[in-house]
Design a protein around this ligand. Structure first.
Ligand code: ZN
Length: 249
């Protein structure tokens, strides 16, 4: 049984949740806005193998100042009930689809990084390709070392910098069919690697039309173990231990 290091549990139907949780030792349920934080908190209070993180997903319109203040206030109030700040980051995909001034998003991410530091919590990042370098700039500026770049994709420059800083990444089921992710698995140290589903985000290849849920991580471990030339058991053990250590579980 594996730990799903990143899932949007609040986006599943209520009746789906108990079965999803049977497929993992534990899940780290991330949040996308204040309403999602509240729902995720309730899930973590209902199910013992759900750990909550609180944040604001960057691939959406920015919150108003008032909404942002309400969110930060709520997170500080519930800091003891979360294991990390997240999901936060930069709007890479939104930027591809439309003209977008990224500066206010960078400013918001900067504030979340400072909040993680203030609350002594790790941070879950959505920051891919060139955005990973911006996230590195901010993390380094604030001396934040406990960073998890979920579903990371990026340049060799970013990889070198992230390994040097000891930042973690997590691998999604697309490693079964994406050469880019397979190359990343080969390149990145296993000691800094976790596995996740980002569910209910749908996957392709053998997962086409399947509802994303934690059982898919077994396939991810298969790929990791073969690329890292070790047994499935060994790879599963290391990845699980990494997640437990990173998140203080
Ligand atoms: Zn996510």
């Amino acid at each position: 049984m594996l730990i799903d290091a990143h899932i949007h549990l609040d986006q599943y139907r209520e009746e789906e949740v108990p079965n999803i949780l049977k497929e993992a030792q534990l899940v780290i349920a991330v949040s996308t806005d204040l309403q999602s934080c509240k729902k995720t908190l309730t899930l973590s209070q209902t199910f013992p193998n759900v750990k909550a993180t609180f944040g604001f997903h960057p691939e959406q319109s920015l919150p108003s100042d008032r909404d942002k203040q309400a969110l930060f206030h709520w997170i500080r109030l519930h800091a003891q009930e979360m294991i990390a700040i997240g999901e936060v980051g930069l709007p890479y995909y939104r930027k591809q689809a439309q003209d977008l001034d990224e500066r206010p998003y960078i400013e918001l991410l900067d504030q979340f990084i400072q909040l993680a530091k203030e609350l002594h919590k790790p941070i879950v990042l959505h920051a891919v390709y060139e955005d990973a370098l911006i996230a590195c700039d901010l993390l380094e500026r604030h001396g934040v070392t406990r960073a998890h770049f979920h579903w990371f994709k990026g340049s060799e420059e970013a990889i070198v910098r992230m390994i040097h800083n000891g930042y973690f990444i997590s691998i999604t089921p697309d490693c079964v069919y994406e050469a880019e992710i397979q190359a990343l698995i080969k390149r990145y140290p296993l000691e800094l690697m976790m596995v996740e589903t980002d569910g209910p985000w749908p996957f392709e290849g053998p997962f086409e039309k399947a509802r994303t849920s934690p059982y898919m991580m077994a396939k991810t471990i298969d790929v990791i173990s073969s690329l890292k030339e070790m047994t499935v058991q060994e790879a599963a053990k290391i990845v699980t231990r990494n997640t437990e250590r990173f998140y203080d579980l």
